[in-house]
Design a protein around this ligand. Structure first.
Ligand SMILES: CC(C)(COP(=O)(O)OP(=O)(O)OC[C@H]1O[C@@H](n2cnc3c(N)ncnc32)[C@H](O)[C@@H]1OP(=O)(O)O)[C@@H](O)C(=O)NCCC(=O)NCCS
Length: 182
């Protein structure tokens, strides 16, 4: 069954080749990639198509999943949300997300993360979700804290970006904590 999670402003849904241009237009932005790992910059149409190939592999291996965040009014993709290192043995998964800059500050990421946490905790019955953020990425940390993610640690100088090392903050939330917050 293809994933389609419906929120107030957005839909979290499967990506398709026809989303390539919207994906490229939104992600091709230094303000986004500075806080992400593994996103090429500049981001070409070919990069988008390679990403779709990666997603097809994800569907086979089931170790990762990546979805588009689409505006409900237009169904156009404005961002992405992914689940990585899906560990079914331990019911753990890593969360990552981004949004086109012109859509920031409208609680859209909060909505997308809420939809995915519902999927992971209520449908998949997973035990733990974690996310790693650049220590300077206050917006992302705020999104996580809204759901009750706890700061579990700090990995020193893990990521090299803009000619310097950056510490990474490690956040996590357990199923019982998520239920408590609802
Ligand atoms: C992180 C990101 C997805 C947030 O998207 P968003 O839709 O703007 O997030 P929301 O509106 O749901 O929530 C952001 C919160 O951070 C706050 N915020 C944003 N920038 C901030 C800053 N510089 N300092 C303090 N708070 C800030 C907002 O006010 C909001 O809090 P509020 O709802 O209490 O007012 C977006 O900034 C982004 O795509 N960044 C680049 C990629 C990225 O960092 N991805 C996450 C990797 S872990």
């Amino acid at each position: 069954m293809p994933t389609k999670l419906i929120g107030k402003q957005i839909i979290v849904r499967e990506l398709r080749k026809s989303d390539a241009e919207d994906l490229q237009n939104n992600i091709n932005d230094k303000n986004i990639v500075r806080f992400m790992t593994n996103i090429p910059h500049p981001y070409s149409k070919r990069d988008a198509l390679n990403f779709f190939k990666k997603i097809s592999r994800y569907r086979k291996t089931k170790k990762d999943a990546a979805f588009g965040i689409a505006l409900k009014t237009t169904n156009k993709v404005i961002g992405g949300i992914g689940m990585h290192k899906i560990d079914k043995g331990n019911n753990n998964v890593e969360l990552g997300y981004w949004l086109g800059k012109k859509y920031w500050g409208r609680e859209i990421a909060t909505e997308a993360v809420g939809l995915v946490l519902d999927l992971v905790f209520k449908k998949w019955k997973f035990h733990r979700v974690y996310a790693n953020t650049f220590h300077k990425n206050i917006a992302s940390q705020k999104v996580l804290k809204k759901f009750g993610f706890k700061l579990e640690g700090r990995t020193r100088e893990k990521w090299w970006r803009e000619n310097q090392w950056h510490d990474v903050l490690n956040f996590g939330i357990l199923d019982r904590e998520y239920k408590k917050g609802k």
